[in-house]
Design a protein. Sequence first.
Length: 604
Amino acid sequence: MNHTNTQSQATIRGFTIIEILVTVGVLILVAVGVSTIFSSIAETVNNGKRVAEINRFSAQLERVMRRDFENITRDGFMVIVHQYAPGDEPVNGWNDRDVQLSPADATDENANGDPGRPRRVDEIMFFSRGQYETARRAIAPSMIARSSEAAIYYGHGQKRRPKLTGNLDNANNLFFNPAIEDFNPASDKNNNYFGVNLAGLGVIATDGILNPNRYAADWSLLRHVTLLAQPETSGQDLPDELFGVRRVGDERQWLEDSDRQVALQPALRTIFGSLNLTLATTPSLPKWFKEYRPGGGAVLLQDAEAYRASGLVDVVTDDLPSIATIVRNGPGSGGWLGSPIDPIYTDFDIFNAQLETDVPTEPVIDPQQAINPASSIAQQRLWMLDALPSRWDLNTLTQLSRVRYEDIPTRILFEETAFGGPNSDASKRLRTYAEADQEMLGSSVFVPRCTEFIVEWSMGFIDRTITNPLDPEYKRMLWYGLPRAMDENDDGNFDPSRELYADRYLPRDLNSLPNGEEKNKQIATEKWMSELVMGHNAALQRDTEISMFGYQYSNPDGAFASDPVQPWPWPKFIRITISIADANDITLERTFQMVFEIPDASNN
């Protein structure tokens, strides 16, 4: 009996160590497999969500841009600046202007020893008709600046370099206290960096001060809308009282529209940057948003200029006929010069001293002035460039700054004593405008994390000399801008032997057209269109190409006496290419492209 029990117990045994290890190993393999499957599924779902998100985002962008392009009017003009981000100082031309996507970007696509790659940061501005409204906070609910005409600008913005030392309430600290007379140059007022773009896109600052525009993943594409809003005349609906000011008696002029104020918002007299000083002053009309106390005393800066590059002004008391008059003729009367004069100084103290002492006479512009067929095409191009919200040195065709923006307000809160006390009407008014300025800094952001913006145009031409259907260029529409090739090996270099996405405009070979005056006229038009649309500066080594489309121009060689004035050719299509850093992983970029048809002249 005992023997039997012992034998039965002996036959009952547990798992060996090896069996347990094998079992655990199998379970681990199963778990890993299941985890991999679920991880793969999760990654697929996340990628699907990212693709869906970028598709929704691109569809929203396309809707806005398509509406803008569909509303283009040829009563205005169009300017396209094709350019690369400044990046580091180039050694061997444009492809050495490398910009990193993020600090983690160690790629060196053009094998020049610098991480990153060249990045396009084009600009485009045109005029549209529609329903537009100021982006600034309404000071009085019943007064909002609106217009049926506007200048639409797309281009990368520029954040200001921080100045964290000194008194934050000092009027010169324009990082914390943005001002409409600031055009956001490369550094703060008290630093002598004017003309050295240490805050440029992709530039590595060498002075130890952070450049917030260093990495492409930190850039933003702006859609800046400038209203062409005429001041309302007598009978304007004004609030009974606002910040202690009443709409009766002498106080009424503080509330009414003027050439420098629309719906209580700051306004420019003209869209042309070089004329801001000339047209800045209307001494009899106070502009209460311009009152501040730099030294503790009450000073009203009536004569100060304003710039759209400040990012704070989006109203111009100008109209399309007046703009056309200046572009076609230059001011031309009252002692004005025919070309835009840009008052650029290397020292801000000299600039401000000149500003405070120079009060030019405001000229009279006749919108009905006849077209001057002898006006210079180069002069017209300069005026068009001068109308951009970004700031340019017109003598060298050098960009001085872009439109300022910030991701968040630089000062969300103000101390109660910042404007002379918390309870007075004057302090409440000044604080309201200061808060509106802060909010305005982010109002134009259209595409955050925009790492590249490319604008190209087409007349709808094809190369008629290519007759082989097997040629990849056969009947392919020709696109113009900066040379851009398909980069099959992804090294970032331009190779003329590769298939081109776009190239500079050159007159076509029109020998295949039938002989006759119509052929000669077409040849003459295309011969001179290269000069009309391009403002290329060869010294910039392919960095910048400027395409401009406008009104009419004098027949360049006088060959057709019966038709001395020719229409300025406009493109039929605009192609936009946008790259965006992934919101969840800034080491990744996604690119999409849109093509827009430009309305013909009947849209005016």
